[in-house]
Design a protein around this ligand. Structure first.
Ligand SMILES: [Zn+2]
Length: 495
């Protein structure tokens, strides 16, 4: 992103609010029984309700309400005892009814917040205005799609899949804050199992409202809305570009117009898509096909009792009860799967810091190298604990343990079996190590001379030679002790 003008960020304050669409991981759609599975044959998962055929009536999916309540509780919202569905009217080919069923007045969750922590800054509280339930639209497919040689088609498999729209207050002041908030929200909805988190398939996407104002002003500038950004990296790029574009425009004497813009990942820029609609353009009105949704306290409390320990609470417990450093606790609670894996490992092994190091090190490396998720990790936490037990017992060195780990990953065998099969047991037997040392010393009289002449650096050479001769199996601590003792002896001495 090259900015010839380089408008002065010091003189302007960006103001950002996010509207996040979270696709819910229910088996069926929000108002009918059709499957929500991604990637099926176009229009194979449809019925009169989601096709918008006349006379078909929507029936609210109870699971969607339960998910919305849980999302609200986890983001500190109040849950409305009564909420209503509204019709949002607009015309587009992927919207068969000519309106989208959403919530406008009286959404299910209101007035919540999330705390974000940017490195080097105090925690900051970001307000959540509301969370409401709505149905998704279908999808237009164009002639670059296989089987569609010319023209465009509409696939209504996605029509009527359940979404939560989470609307933040305009409390965010930089692209970094926006990304931190987004990651936090992502962590929560995936942690609760409400959303599969697949951003490439659009399961978690966001619209960013961006404006800038002079730093000494308390009146927000006119905002532009950037639509449907579906990666953390693109959100950062899109917001940064939009802030700079608006500052340049204002400094050039122009004015920002309220509009909807699209982010193009190939250029890193946003471009105008259409003038921004106001709420009244959608002629919202209560949907007469759906009765008001009444949620009693018992339902809310049942949902609350089903909530798992949330990421922040778990992070604090890892620090307080398991004695982990803050950094480790944060990394190990990045996802619920990682946190569960770690904790099961600790139960089996007993040394939290050792398990933490291996999960953040070898396990994470293995997952990244193989592009696999923690749930598909071929090494169970109990097996990892067994491997660490072998290190504790002095059976293998930490270095050999990494070799064993790789073999466990490939073959699925138990660590002890691998160690025995491949003869990897660490040699701590002093007689065996002394024999190797004697050979090395006899073969390298020059280096022995140097060491005894005061060149202590040569010591590392001897350690290396002994480890090499033992094929890495000699116990390094024993090697050190014995080497030191032997080299300090008078040349004529015996071992
Ligand atoms: Zn349907």
């Amino acid at each position: 992103m090259a900015h010839q003008k380089g408008g002065d960020l010091m003189r302007f304050q960006p103001v950002i609010g996010l509207e996040v669409h979270v696709q819910l991981k229910t088996d069926t759609k929000i108002f009918c029984g059709c499957s929500t599975r991604f990637g099926a044959e176009p229009n194979s998962q449809t019925c009169p309700v989601c096709l918008g055929l006349p006379g078909a009536l929507p029936v609210l999916n109870r699971k969607v309400v339960e998910f919305a309540i849980k999302a609200g509780l986890a983001t500190n919202c109040s849950i409305a005892g009564r909420s209503i569905f509204a019709r949002k009217n607009y015309f587009y080919p992927d919207l068969p009814k000519g309106y989208q069923i959403s919530q406008f007045e009286e959404p299910i969750c209101q007035r919540g917040w999330l705390d974000i922590h940017l490195e080097g800054h105090e925690p900051k509280r970001i307000g959540i205005t509301r969370i409401h339930m709505e149905e998704d639209a279908g999808k237009l497919v164009h002639s670059d799609t296989p089987g569609l040689e010319d023209g465009s088609g509409v696939d209504l498999n996605r029509a009527c899949t359940p979404l939560l729209e989470v609307v933040s207050e305009p409390d965010l002041r930089s692209a970094d804050e926006a990304v931190a908030y987004l990651k936090k929200l992502y962590q929560i909805v995936t942690w609760l199992g409400l959303c599969d988190g697949n951003m490439e398939e659009g399961s978690f996407r966001c619209d960013a409202n961006v404006s800038v104002m002079p730093v000494d002003s308390d009146t927000f500038g006119t905002r532009a809305e950037i639509k449907n950004v579906n990666s953390f990296k693109f959100v950062k790029q899109a917001i940064e570009h939009e802030i700079q574009r608006q500052i340049d425009l204002i400094e050039d004497g122009g004015t920002v117009v309220q509009e909807t813009r699209l982010f193009d990942p190939t250029t890193g820029k946003t471009r105008s898509m259409r003038g921004k609609e106001e709420a009244h353009d959608y002629r919202y009105f209560p949907d007469p096909d759906l009765v008001p949704l009444v949620i009693d306290t018992a339902w809310v409390e049942r949902a609350r009792s089903e909530l798992p320990e949330l990421p922040e609470a778990r992070q604090k417990r890892f620090m307080a009860e398991l004695g982990l450093p803050g950094y480790d606790a944060e990394v190990l609670t990045a996802s619920r799967g990682i946190a569960d894996y770690f904790e099961t490992g600790v139960t089996a092994h007993g040394n939290p810091k050792a398990v933490a190091n291996w999960v953040m090190g070898e396990v994470t490396r293995g997952l990244n190298d193989n592009g696999c998720a923690i749930d598909d990790c071929p090494i169970a936490p109990a097996q990892l604990a067994e491997l660490l037990g072998l290190i504790d017992a002095g059976t293998i060195s930490g270095k050999i343990a990494k070799t064993v780990f790789d073999e466990m990953w490939k073959s699925g065998k138990a660590p002890r079996a691998i160690v025995e099969e491949q003869g990897l047991v660490q040699v701590s037997d002093t007689a065996a190590i002394e024999a190797i040392i004697a050979e090395i010393i006899a073969a390298n009289p020059g280096q022995v001379e140097e060491y005894r002449g005061g060149k202590e650096k040569v010591f590392g050479f001897f350690v290396g030679q002994v480890m090499k001769a033992s094929r890495g199996k000699a116990n390094p601590a024993v090697v050190n002790d014995l080497l030191l003792a032997t080299l300090k002896q008078h040349p004529g001495g015996t071992t």
